[in-house]
Ligand binder design. Structure first.
Ligand code: CAA
Length: 257
């Protein structure tokens, strides 16, 4: 096994995953995707963790899927091996994932950020789907998630030209939730992650599930789904505590189980 390509730290309810293949600008090879999934499995199972942050280096969040690993892949190998199926598991997590992106988020790196629940970008961040320049196309959900995030015209332009978008344009377009000066990116992201981790776990997970459902089903069905989850929260101690704490003008103490 090669050296680890991922650093994992847990503190104050937050799991921090740092992509760590600096020589390849954090290009996503099978080892890194495998290590990401293993770490996410552990963090999902750890009751002390309420929110997960994925970040890279100052130079690159991730410069794409690993081109050197893909260059000789044949169609049968790709199809029969269901290449990239493992990457889909990253998006199937129940706990919130925040991407803290500095530098390049290109191709699979941009798609990894899009698999997270929201993106905070350093002012140095650059987003793009350059697969068209390699004779392929986005293969980890980019054509779908970028279209949901930006609308058809801008997503189509990005995918067909492969051009990069800077952080301010990405914020204006709705791809990123907030732009933060590069030197403050990680601390501000962790602060938000800690706040989310401190909320009612049930409430947070159901909100994530419900917002994601909005992308999968029609509005009327989505609102009914949201309403049923909302009703079910009134069976929880966290709802009683949260609302009573507001009325009592004190901080809520949630159970987290
Ligand atoms: N895969 C493998 N290696 C990569 C890589 C990638 N996606 N991106 C960068 N690297 C490697 C480079 O080969 C180089 O390695 P060597 O030192 O061994 O030559 C090292 O990282 C540093 O890269 P550069 O010398 O190119 O750095 P730069 O500052 O001149 O350029 C860059 C930076 C503009 C990001 C450039 O590296 C680049 O264009 N990278 C490729 C971006 C790309 O096309 N991504 C899409 C990949 S395909 C994909 O992701 C498919 C999908 O949908 C999942």
């Amino acid at each position: 096994m090669n050296d680890s390509t991922l650093r994992v730290e847990v503190s104050d309810g937050v799991g921090l995953l740092t992509l760590d293949r600096p020589k390849a600008l954090n290009a996503l090879n099978s080892q890194l995707i495998g290590e990401l999934n293993q770490a996410l499995d552990r963090l999902e199972a750890d009751p002390a963790v309420g929110c997960i942050v994925i970040t890279g280096s100052a130079r690159a969040f991730a410069a794409g899927a690993d081109i050197k690993e893909m260059v000789d892949l044949s169609y049968p190998q790709s199809y029969l091996g269901d290449f990239f199926a493992a990457a889909d598991r990253i998006a199937q997590r129940r706990k919130p994932l925040i991407a803290a992106v500095a530098g390049y988020a290109l191709g699979g790196g941009c798609e990894l950020a899009l698999m997270c629940d929201f993106i905070y970008a350093a002012d140095t961040a650059r987003f793009g789907l350059p697969e068209v320049t390699l004779g392929v196309m986005p293969g980890i959900g980019g054509t779908q998630r970028l279209t949901w995030a930006l609308g058809k015209s801008k997503a189509m332009e990005m995918c067909l030209t492969g051009r990069q978008m800077d952080a301010l344009e990405a914020e204006r377009a709705g791809l990123v939730a907030r732009v933060i000066p590069a030197d403050a990116l990680l601390e501000e992201t962790l602060q938000v992650a800690r706040a989310i981790a401190g909320r009612s776990r049930q409430s947070v997970l159901m909100i994530k599930e419900s917002v994601n459902r909005a992308l999968e089903i029609g509005l009327a069905e989505g609102i009914r789904f949201e309403r049923r989850l909302f009703h079910s929260l009134f069976a929880t101690a966290d709802q009683k505590e949260g609302m009573q704490a507001f009325i009592d003008k004190r901080a809520a103490q949630f159970g987290h189980r």
